[in-house]
Design a protein around this ligand. Structure first.
Ligand code: 13P
Length: 341
């Protein structure tokens, strides 16, 4: 393992002004997204859609540091035969790969899951590296509800995250460690804070036990935020203040970067929250976005599967990428959104 090189990649992933495009929807998830815009989820449509994003030169080169791909996509070529990975590299962004194989029900723990995919991961990482991937992602899912999460779910998921992270570093790939506490449910922000704190503490404990070099990873957490169905929604300022307090308490300064998931926040909320956090600086780590839905909902709608809408789709993507790029420096203002509309 070359830690200097891993640290260089991790640091580049959180370059101020840039963030990560999470375009790694599994086949099931992308089908759901396509259903919503009336597009059939064929291999060709999935390719065309993602090619549209990766060819949005302005957005990709100015605001996107890296792209997380799904297994199908990393092996796909653009219409003209160029590997999609090459399009990403040509735009100056780093290709990454989602390597977990989804969740399975956790025995004895009703309603809870564990993320799987460790078997043969070492061999898979080798192939992904050869194809150009320099970072990877593994997502653990923790749900908040009555009586959950259990310490069992937190513990097995943290253990798997650390197993994955160690295997990545041994393969010279930067692990994005993603323990996602879901924002579904009616819990308040205090409960989200308390659960996320337990999850992060356990995750870093496991990372240390399994000798993962913190300098060569990126954390992808949820924000401290009210449950979607909670009657009392915390303000942008409160989300920013609590999230930064939480991360400072749990994430060592040796970690080069933190890149948030959007988790079902509206596009503008996800941007406003990140921006507000940067008003609370200076911060001990790079802090940016690794959004899926909050970067792609608008371009998906604008595109709607029609070749004649490619330019409109790219414009919508560029706008969200620029807004989030500005937020990653604390330079976003809501008036910039209205101007674009
Ligand atoms: P969202 O931003 O849509 O939550 O997706 C990010 C991601 O990669 C979740 O694993």
């Amino acid at each position: 393992m070359n830690l200097t090189e891993l640290n260089k990649v991790a640091t580049a992933m959180v370059t101020p002004g840039k963030g990560i495009l999470a375009a790694d929807e599994s086949s099931g998830t992308i089908r759901k997204r396509f259903d919503a815009i009336g597009v059939e989820s064929t291999e060709e449509n999935r390719r065309d859609y993602r090619e549209m994003l990766f060819r949005a030169k302005d957005a990709m080169s100015r605001y996107i540091s890296g792209v997380i791909l799904y297994d199908e996509t990393i092996w796909q070529n653009a219409k003209d035969g160029t590997p999609l990975v090459k399009l990403i590299e040509q735009a100056g962004a780093i290709p990454g790969i989602k390597v977990d194989e989804g969740t399975q029900a956790l025995p004895m723990c009703p309603g809870e899951t564990v993320t799987v995919g460790l078997d043969r991961l070492a061999e898979r990482l080798k192939k992904y590296y050869e194809r150009g991937a320099r970072f990877a992602k593994w997502r653990a899912v923790i749900d908040i509800g009555s009586g959950i999460p259990s310490m069992t779910a937190i513990s097995v998921n943290a253990h798997a995250l650390a197993r994955y992270a160690a295997l990545c570093q041994a393969a010279q790939i930067v692990p994005i460690v993603e323990p996602e506490v879901l924002m579904d449910g009616d819990h308040d922000i205090e409960r989200c804070y308390e659960v996320t704190q337990r999850v992060l503490n356990k995750t870093f404990q496991e990372l240390r036990v399994q000798r993962v070099a913190l300098e060569g990873m990126v954390l992808k957490p949820n924000m401290a935020i009210s449950g979607k169905k909670c009657a009392k929604q915390a303000s942008v300022e409160e989300v920013a203040e609590k999230t930064i307090r939480l991360l400072k308490a749990c994430v060592p300064a040796a970690v080069p970067g933190i890149a948030f998931l959007s988790g079902g926040q509206s596009d503008e909320e996800a941007t406003a929250h990140l921006n507000a956090m940067h008003k609370l600086g200076p911060l001990p780590w790079g802090l940016t976005f690794s959004y899926g839905r909050a970067l792609q909902a608008a371009p998906q709608k604008a595109w709607s599967g029609r070749p004649e809408n490619v330019a409109a789709g790219q414009r919508a993507f560029s706008h969200r990428a620029r807004m989030n790029g500005l937020a990653s420096r604390g330079e976003w203002q809501s008036s910039l959104e209205q101007k674009a509309a």
